[in-house]
Design a protein around this ligand. Structure first.
Ligand SMILES: [Zn+2]
Length: 207
């Protein structure tokens, strides 16, 4: 994905986000996007097949993008459902370890490398939407488009990208050597067409 394509994707999704945020509701304290709510506890197998990713999948021939996204998701089935319910813990720790090791091993060499790396391996299109200084550090509003974990999944009423949340913590923690907090506040599985992560990078001693 070159810079031009990346720019186009970000512009496309930022417009879509504006529309979706206008239709946002709060249900039992949970932000909910406009996509129809489906009452179920977990994503099931039929949900994970055939995601459409117009930007990340553009150069993939035939159904290749669909196939490797599905393969990635089937890989999650290595965890039994009983454990998947603890995904907030297990997937997040896995993501933190992967993020940390990607930096330690030199596969991602700088903060600037994160966006192209995630696009190259088709994990998602990262948009650093907002960055602001806060009293004891920095606050980031990160958006991920066409996320390999959740793109195309139904709205089950809660965000589910724990692994990606962990990756963000691991990557930024390793680069900054500071305490990083991240939470996914909007996701395909809570009714949107994007993921949004609220991130805080705190100076040591102030957490
Ligand atoms: Zn998500």
């Amino acid at each position: 994905m070159n810079d031009e394509e990346m720019k186009k994707a970000v512009e496309h999704y930022r417009l879509l986000i504006e529309e979706e945020l206008e239709q946002e509701k709060t249900v039992n304290g949970q932000r909910m996007g406009p996509r129809k709510f489906v009452k179920k506890m977990n994503i099931d197998l039929t949900d994970i097949i055939h995601p459409k990713r117009p930007f990340l999948g553009k150069k993939a021939t035939d159904e290749l993008d669909t196939l490797y996204v599905t393969t990635f998701r089937i890989g999650s089935s290595k965890n039994p459902v009983s454990l998947t319910k603890a995904g907030y813990g297990t997937d997040m720790v896995g993501g933190i370890e992967l993020g940390t090791n990607l930096v330690k091993s030199g596969l991602i060499k700088s903060v600037e490398d994160i966006v192209p790396f995630l696009a190259k391996y088709k994990i998602g299109i990262l948009d650093i939407f907002k960055e602001e200084k806060i009293e004891d550090g920095k606050r980031l509003d990160l958006r991920v488009y066409e996320c390999i974990e959740c793109c195309g999944l139904p709205n089950i009423g809660k965000p589910t990208c724990y692994f990606e949340t962990g990756m963000i913590i691991g990557l930024l923690g390793e680069f900054t050597d500071k305490k990083v907090f991240a939470e996914e506040v909007r996701c395909w599985t809570s009714g949107y067409s994007f993921c949004q992560f609220n991130v805080e990078i705190k100076e040591p001693g102030n957490e």
